[in-house]
Design a protein around this ligand. Structure first.
Ligand code: ATP
Ligand code: MG
Length: 417
């Protein structure tokens, strides 16, 4: 039996990887325009980083982490998300001493032990951004505008932006208490999971997919009715700025996020194209996180986009690799050697060239040139080597022109640009 990949961890193959590269490059382009720089952190961190930031009672920490001991008995975890590692690095490298505002982005694999299904995997990829240092609602709107602009750039417009405010350590405890007593009054209607967690993580009940939990909480108290006045004011400003930037959004007061560090503005980009996995991007403010991880008291906000879900949405609109500009076919050993050297020279000069390596017949070589969708073909035989000239065929209109092999590289480069 040959060895297969781990369940829920996928290969990205040629033919598909071009879409990934397009999505990644578009992120680099758009985020660069908004002044963001890339940061790369290790794939594994000390387990305690995630327990302290994401929260002990969240789904991620309770059951989804890939945690293991290394040979020195250190508990390590494959990163389940990007914010905590980026903040760890931000603090450790004292990035706040370089600039009062840090605008960072990352992309790469994340790991969660979940039940694999369409749009949900154990190794998945995120593109995320973080801004540290600004409390002003302008930055919330700017981050959302950038997210919006990214989706415009990649040509996915069938998403809707939902926003909410989760309040702050001042007002959320009061809301939490009220929500717990509301849930207590209808405990028998909740699913077993929510009956277990409603006291430690009551907000999660609002987010539960179980039909019973949804009907039991239709008239649950709204977090937006419990915001303290600074949180209320902040949320109003976010909405005003979004309106003035003409970024469409809907307020969803039931949207909670599955990570403990979120405060105030939270948001999700949702689609109806992916069944149950309807969130393609999500994020929010985490004003207390940097301080709680031992850094200075700086506010932060960020989001993460699920790359696999974007690829699924791009679906048919596959992006393909560029085809060769030239295919050099040859007849005989000597011509094949000349073709090989010519090809190398052209490649050095920046031209995409292919040739045959398998000693195939001329007919088979031409079939391959067609299959690869080469723009031009050049046939080298004994005669061409003798005269130093050959026919260059334009494959789209079948016109031919005589070219000098001695100046081919130069001519080709000039003609192509
Ligand atoms: P979900 O509700 O779908 O589980 P989440 O709230 O756990 O999402 P976040 O932690 O906010 O997700 O991650 C941001 C984005 O990363 C999600 O919106 C989604 O697009 C993607 N994502 C999260 N978990 C997975 C996974 N297991 N497989 C593929 N993509 C994922
Ligand atoms: Mg999840």
């Amino acid at each position: 039996m040959s060895v297969t990949a781990i369940k829920g961890m996928n290969d990205v193959l040629p033919g598909e990887v071009e879409t990934w590269q397009f999505l990644e490059q578009s992120a680099r382009d758009v985020f660069g325009l908004y002044g963001f720089s890339e940061i790369r952190t290790p794939i594994a961190e000390k387990t305690e980083l995630f327990c302290r930031s994401i929260g002990e009672t969240t789904d991620i920490v309770e059951k989804e982490m890939y945690t293991f001991s290394d040979k020195s008995e250190n508990s390590l975890t494959l990163r389940p998300e990007g914010t905590a590692p980026v903040m760890r690095s931000f603090i450790q490298n004292r990035l706040y001493t370089l600039d009062p505002i840090s605008k960072l982005y990352y992309m790469g694999p994340m790991f969660r032990y979940e039940r694999p299904q369409k749009g949900r995997y154990r190794q998945f990829h995120q593109i995320g951004v973080e801004v540290v240092g600004v409390e002003d609602a302008k930055i919330d709107a700017q981050v959302l505008a950038m997210l919006h602009q990214y989706f415009v750039r990649i040509g996915i417009e069938s998403v809707s932006l939902q926003i909410n405010s989760l309040g702050c350590p001042e007002c959320r405890p009061l809301y939490r208490k009220e929500l717990i007593s509301y849930l207590e009054s209808r405990l028998n209607l909740l699913c077993a999971e929510c009956q277990r967690r409603y006291q430690v993580n009551p907000l999660r009940v609002l987010d539960c997919k179980a039909a019973g939990c949804q009907t039991a909480t239709v008239d649950a108290p709204s977090v937006l009715d419990h915001l303290c006045s600074p949180c209320n004011e902040h949320f109003s400003q976010v909405k005003e700025y979004l309106n003035s930037l003409k970024i469409p959004f809907v307020v969803n007061s039931r949207m909670v996020r599955g990570l403990d560090y979120y405060v105030r503005t939270t948001f999700e980009l949702v689609t109806d194209q992916l069944g149950a996995q309807n969130a393609v991007a999500a994020g929010g403010r985490y004003d207390g996180l940097v301080e709680s991880l031992g850094g200075p008291a700086l506010p932060g906000i960020g989001f993460a986009i699920g790359l696999e879900r974007l690829v699924l949405m791009k679906g048919e609109q596959r992006i393909s690799s560029p085809s060769p500009q030239l295919f050099i076919a040859s007849i005989g050993v000597e011509a094949a050697e000349r073709a090989f050297v010519l090809m190398s020279q052209l490649q050095v000069a920046g031209v995409r060239v292919e040739m045959d390596y398998l000693g195939k017949s001329l007919k088979a070589q031409m079939r391959r040139a067609n299959k690869l969708n080469a723009a031009f073909t050049l046939i080298l035989g004994e005669e061409e080597l003798g005269t130093g000239q050959a026919q260059l065929k334009n494959m789209s209109d079948s016109t031919q022109s005589m070219v000098d092999l001695a100046t081919l590289v130069e001519d080709f480069v000039k003609k192509q640009v």
